[in-house]
Design a binder for this molecule. Structure first.
Ligand code: ADP
Length: 229
């Protein structure tokens, strides 16, 4: 199995002793290509900090993070920005689409920011994959929450990233819409070979994952791999 992401002895603390908060404590995790992983745990257990460190949005206090063999925990901000744009996809609870841009422009944004060719046919293909063909020229405000999250998923996948991080992607959606969005993330893994990590409170999301990592007080307390169905 190909390792996409490797965290070795990763700790992240805030503040100074004796008042320091240890958000992550000596975490060792390997994530493999073409897998759907859920990260669960109670509020304050370190899920967001895990995501931030794993995605190069924050630097661990100790330990190393490698993405596709490259040590991102040693990179400077410019290099990290380039890496995030080109090789990591993000999906957020609040969709984070740009309201003034069309759906198609939103999907192509990561390529534009990365100075790559913006290919409308590619955007259309991505939108068709998430069931939004024909909505290229709509603005996000004209779409439902579920549709906006579909646009965000198309945007996250458009660069064919090494890994997609989703932070509570179903948190703002009703149950039925959440299941559809979840199905799309699953399909990105099973049909298109994506590697997806979802941070979630939602047991329905965890139930769909190939692997569930449970955090408590900044430690990995359970690592469950589901048997293939
Ligand atoms: P979760 O996502 O599971 O709710 P977090 O990763 O947000 O957990 O937080 C883990 C711990 O780190 C919590 O105790 C939280 O209060 C603390 N923490 C997170 N970010 C900061 C910060 N910027 N400054 C100080 N403490 C923080």
């Amino acid at each position: 199995m190909n390792t996409v992401l490797e965290l070795k002895h990763v700790s992240r603390s805030y503040g100074r002793e004796p008042q320091a908060v240890h958000a992550l404590r000596d975490l060792d995790v390997r994530l493999y290509a073409c897998s759907f992983t859920a990260v669960v745990g109670p509020s304050g257990s370190g899920k967001s900090t895990f995501l931030q460190c794993a995605a190069g949005l924050d630097q661990p206090t100790a330990g190393t993070v490698r993405l596709a063999g490259q040590e991102i925990s040693a990179m400077g901000e410019r290099e990290l920005t380039r890496l995030r744009r080109g090789r990591i996809g993000f999906v957020f609870q609040s969709f984070n689409l740009l309201p003034a841009l069309t759906v198609q422009e939103n999907v192509l944004l990561p390529l534009r920011l990365d100075g790559k060719r913006r290919d409308p046919a590619r955007a259309r293909r991505m939108l068709a994959r998430v069931g939004l063909d024909g909505r290229e020229d709509a603005r996000p405000g004209e779409l439902s929450g579920g549709q906006q999250q579909r646009v965000a998923i198309a945007r996250a996948l458009v660069t064919e990233p090494d890994i997609v991080f989703a932070d509570e992607p179903t948190g703002s959606l009703d149950q039925e819409t959440a299941a559809e969005v979840l199905g799309l993330l699953r399909e990105a893994v099973s049909s298109h070979g994506a590697t997806v990590v979802v941070v979630t409170h939602d047991p329905a999301v965890a139930a769909q994952a190939d692997r569930v990592l449970r955090l408590a007080e900044g430690r990995l307390v359970a690592d469950t791999v589901r048997a293939p169905v």
